[in-house]
Write a new protein. Structure first.
Length: 178
């Protein structure tokens, strides 16, 4: 299979693959399924940056924001960077980035509850972040020793599409031993 600069090949397990294929996510993210076996699905995915700027216009910019939680769920550290379409960046410090949960989902397999829907505030930019589908939990106890949620999301600003991205949620199953 030929790879271009704008595509990457991804492999996922059969349970996640079935959920992905049934969800309609491949069309939303530009994913083309290449092969399916009993052990994995190989797909080609067009890499799409989050298309947002401070005014919410689609322009090729990208936002990366993060939060590190303490034992009680409070923010220990937060930050982020907004890359504008022209290549300039705006960096956000701990007091400039907030994550406010809006909705939770409970895994039927592990019983873990994850806050999947968020309002992310980075400076003056406020985005509503929703998963493309809820069940994107990864059970990696056999390799990394943990269970976490990581998956495709869509962002809106003032109810209008602002971009696609991904969200990673760790430490909700068990606190990691670092």
């Amino acid at each position: 299979m030929k790879k271009s600069k704008k595509t990457r090949v991804i492999g996922v397990g059969p349970v996640v693959a079935r959920q992905v294929l049934l969800s309609g996510m491949p069309r939303a993210l530009g994913v083309r399924v290449v092969s399916i076996t009993k052990k994995k699905v190989v797909a080609q995915m067009r890499v799409k940056p989050m298309h947002i700027n401070r005014t919410g216009r689609v322009n090729g910019g990208a936002l990366m924001a993060f939060r590190i939680r303490g034992k009680n769920g409070s923010s220990l550290w937060a930050g982020g960077t907004l890359r504008r379409a022209n290549g300039t960046t705006l960096t956000f410090g701990p007091g400039e980035v907030t994550f406010t949960p809006r909705r939770e989902w409970r895994s039927g397999r592990t019983g873990t509850t994850y806050p999947l829907s968020w309002t992310v505030q980075a400076g003056e930019l406020a985005l509503a972040v929703e998963p493309l589908f809820d069940d994107q939990e990864h059970d990696t106890r056999a390799s990394t020793g943990t269970i976490y949620w990581e998956g495709a999301v869509r962002a809106t600003r003032d109810g209008k599409p602002a971009g696609l991205g991904y969200l990673e949620l760790t430490g909700y199953w068990r606190r990691p031993n670092l």
